[in-house]
Design a protein around this ligand. Structure first.
Ligand code: SAH
Ligand code: SF4
Ligand code: F3S
Length: 462
């Protein structure tokens, strides 16, 4: 990737920093964080660092954190504890902790105090400054902290991508929605759309390098363009990306139901590269809870959207996120969620127990639902959803689907794993490694989480 003069100069100054050194990167959280880690890896590699096989071998350990629920935060605390003895053994090991969790002032201060073996604490806006921060941290005896909210452009930062045939492509950073339970707007800042020409240039360059699939990322991709002077919206962006030669699949996530326009559904229906999959988190089926969550749609409007997607795009997949045990959720509210799930018939849904996030509105609401009851609700919801996923997957048995092969199956090295356009995992036997190829696969068995298939004549669809 081309570097601007300014970034090139900054990296130049720190160019020798990683010579002969290696790094190990831990990533928690969502796809946006995974992509941020690709940028961190890109920056490190451009200053001479190489990837280490494990934390013990590394000279630098970077932890990219997530704050969306308590669990990922606890994991980071535990990880920092286990790294302490490593640091004692290896005095010049450098440890950097950054991302959504450390963007919160109290947490950054806590880490500095509780884990003095951490050299650098950085936030979600710090990536353009990362080389200088790291250099300072490597020279300083004290923990360097940078969680400033100003962000220079990220456009020209180097990226070291994990895959060779599918790529993350952020289109909008931040979130303006302030759902009452959610920490993301506080730790990721206000919405900032990338200029369309930058996104198109990156997409074209990825296509030239042989990438077949792009996943457009944003907390709410439907807000794309609202902050840009050009007046483009997300549907315009998709239409343009659909024309990029060489690309075969375009995915996007996440769509906020309040902003999903009929125009966008039409673009997905018409764009031959745009995959028929909407990740459309509903969060709750109760209008009362949706209001308390500040989601700004009703269950009726949500179900109408799902109907419209399925009507305009037969075979489209709709997946969702659902929170149980939001403060004050009654039996009736929860029943509304179960009813919605049965009516919407999601291909899959991620289900979470509400986790209070300090500083959010919901954290101040009275949370009277006992833990055991929340767990029981989660269980009931998951059972219903699993049954539906299984039924929907069963409809694919006997059909031939297009699969982009991602690699060998983790559990069975004789099988390859890939995804359909609707984002379903397919495992199929193949002696040959066909990673990165688009193939027709016949589905022979449906499971809740994945499908089993067999290759059809080995013909490629590329
Ligand atoms: N921007 C996306 C989702 C970001 S977070 C969207 O608006 O849909 C991913 C999911 O985590 C959310 O959809 C929600 O279901 C869940 N989540 C967010 N905050 C949570 C909390 N405090 N407790 C439990 N789940 C939460
Ligand atoms: Fe969080 Fe809501 Fe923004 Fe999604 S849209 S990141 S749930 S505040
Ligand atoms: Fe977590 Fe930050 Fe993503 S809080 S879910 S890593 S935006």
């Amino acid at each position: 990737m081309e570097l601007t003069d300014k970034t090139a100069e900054q990296i130049q100054q720190t160019a020798q920093m990683g010579e002969g050194k290696s790094y190990f990167l831990y990533t928690f959280g969502c796809q946006m964080n995974e992509h941020d880690s690709e940028v961190i890896a890109g920056i490190l590699e451009s200053t001479g660092f190489t990837a280490a096989a494990g934390p013990e071998e590394a000279d630098l350990i970077v932890i990219n954190t997530c704050a969306v629920r308590k669990k990922p935060e606890e994991k980071v605390g535990a990880l920092l504890g286990t790294l302490q003895p490593l640091k004692e053994k290896k005095k010049d090991l450098c440890i950097a902790v950054g991302g959504c969790m450390t963007q919160q002032e109290e947490i950054a201060a806590y880490i500095k105090k509780r884990f003095p073996h951490v050299n650098l604490v950085f936030g979600t806006h710090s990536l353009p400054r990362f080389p200088q921060l790291l250099e300072r941290a490597m020279l300083s005896r004290k923990t360097v902290v940078d969680i400033e909210e100003y962000a220079d452009s990220r456009e020209d930062l180097p990226i070291s991508r994990r895959d060779k045939f599918k790529a993350w492509l952020p289109v909008i950073y931040g979130c303006n929605n302030f759902c009452s339970y959610c920490i993301v707007p506080y730790v990721r800042g206000r919405e900032r759309s990338r200029p369309m020409k930058e996104i198109l240039a990156e997409a074209r360059s990825l296509a030239r390098e042989g990438y077949l699939e792009l996943t457009l990322l944003g907390q709410n991709v439907n807000s794309y363009g609202q902050d840009l002077p050009e007046g483009h919206d997300f549907a315009d962006l998709l239409r343009e990306l659909n024309k990029v030669e060489g690309l075969r699949r375009i995915r996007f996530m996440t769509s906020h139901p309040k902003d999903l326009s009929p125009g966008l559904i039409d673009v997905v229906a018409r764009g031959e590269k745009i995959c028929e999959h909407f990740h459309l988190p509903v969060q709750s089926g109760s209008n009362r809870i949706l209001k308390l969550m500040n989601r700004r749609y009703t269950r009726e409007r949500y179900l109408e959207l799902v109907r419209s997607i399925k009507e305009k795009i037969p075979g489209a997949a709709v997946t969702s996120d659902i929170i149980v045990g939001f403060p004050g959720e009654t039996k009736e509210d929860f029943q509304d969620t179960l009813d919605l799930v049965k009516e919407a018939r999601f291909d899959n849904a991620f289900t979470f127990i509400y986790s209070p996030r300090p500083g959010t509105k919901a954290a101040q609401m009275e949370d009277a639902v006992p833990r055991a009851q929340k767990e029981e609700r989660l269980q009931r919801l998951a059972e219903i959803q699993h049954g539906i996923s299984q039924e929907i997957n069963a409809e694919l048995v006997g059909k031939v689907v297009e699969v982009l092969v991602e690699g060998r199956s983790k559990n069975n090295p004789e099988m390859l794993t890939g995804r359909t356009r609707t984002n379903k995992l397919v495992h199929f036997a193949s002696p040959e490694d066909l990673t990165g190829r688009l193939l027709p696969v016949k589905i022979i068995e449906a499971r809740t989480w994945n499908l089993i298939g067999e290759m059809v004549s080995g013909e490629e669809t590329v």
